[in-house]
Design a protein around this ligand. Structure first.
Ligand code: FE2
Length: 279
């Protein structure tokens, strides 16, 4: 599936962009299904927002209980001082997570794809295990920033194998909050680890290496349909969306079953919902 040059680029930079990976119909189906999930979501169930500021403290029961189900999270700026939504519900949701790929037929079909399996194999994932899916809205005007982090913080294994598959469902630009990455940064250390013990979570500091700055970060603008694959140690962030257009994306987090998945990761599976690969 991938060329030698693409594989070498992934090794060197820690990421690759594969243009036109998903077609318009596949994207339209996923977007429509996400819209239905949001339409069916009753905000009275939870007003939980998703934030990457002090994530250990901000993680509540709604978040921790979303590991193996499908839940919606609001943008941090969704509510006004009067406690009401500032804009329509459909324009207020930050993301849907975290098990649509196993529990929803449309997300399942998008994820369990032989071409994706071939890409994963070419990236070194011989026995892929798809732990998490997220549909990220990055809403116009209020789409929240996602601070610098490494995805291995949330999907630790020995050795580290987590790989992120990030699908642009709309054009991602600097204006609407595209990804920023540090090319080659995956060769650095894991800085922190998000640990779960029952209903308690902590963020453990592992390494004091500073996060990249504007001198080394590069924007990854992408067209709808493009797939960005990146290494679990690659530092990345995305800025708030202050533009008038949304920036929908879908992500999958995948480890290799040949590596030991940490029992302290916040997402665990048992026989009732076993973790699966791409096919
Ligand atoms: Fe991430």
């Amino acid at each position: 599936m991938l060329t030698t040059a693409q594989r070498e680029q992934y090794q060197h930079d820690g990421y690759i962009v594969i243009p036109n990976f998903k077609n318009g119909d596949e994207i339209a189906r996923l977007r429509a299904r996400a819209g239905e999930i949001v339409a069916a979501f009753d905000p009275a169930e939870s007003r939980a927002v998703f934030t990457t500021r002090d994530q250990a403290r901000a993680s509540d029961a709604w978040f921790l209980g979303s590991d193996n189900t499908i839940r919606c999270f609001f943008e941090e700026e969704a509510f006004g001082p009067d406690g009401r939504l500032k804009q329509a519900k459909a324009l207020s949701i930050n993301k849907i997570g975290h098990a649509m790929h196993d529990l929803d037929p449309v997300f399942d079909a998008f994820t369990h794809d032989a071409t994706l399996a071939a890409v994963a194999r070419d990236l070194g994932l011989e026995q892929p295990q798809v732990w998490q899916s997220m549909y990220i809205f990055k809403q116009p005007g209020i789409g929240g920033e996602v601070r610098w982090h490494q995805d291995a913080t949330f999907f630790d294994s020995t050795p580290i194998s987590v790989t992120t598959f990030w699908f642009a469902l709309e054009d991602a630009t600097i204006e609407n909050g595209c990804l920023w990455v540090e090319p080659g940064g995956h060769r650095g250390p894991l800085r922190e680890r998000f640990l779960r013990d029952g209903d308690a979570v902590t963020m453990e500091k592992l390494d004091g290496t500073p996060w990249p700055d504007d001198s080394t970060a590069v924007p990854l603008e992408a067209k709808a349909g493009d797939l960005v694959c990146f290494h679990g140690l690659l530092p990345h962030y995305s800025a708030p969306n202050r533009s008038s257009v949304s920036r929908h994306a879908f992500t999958l987090h995948v480890t290799d079953a040949r590596t030991a998945y940490s029992p302290r990761n916040w997402i665990q599976r048992d026989d009732s919902l076993p973790v699966r690969g791409f096919v």
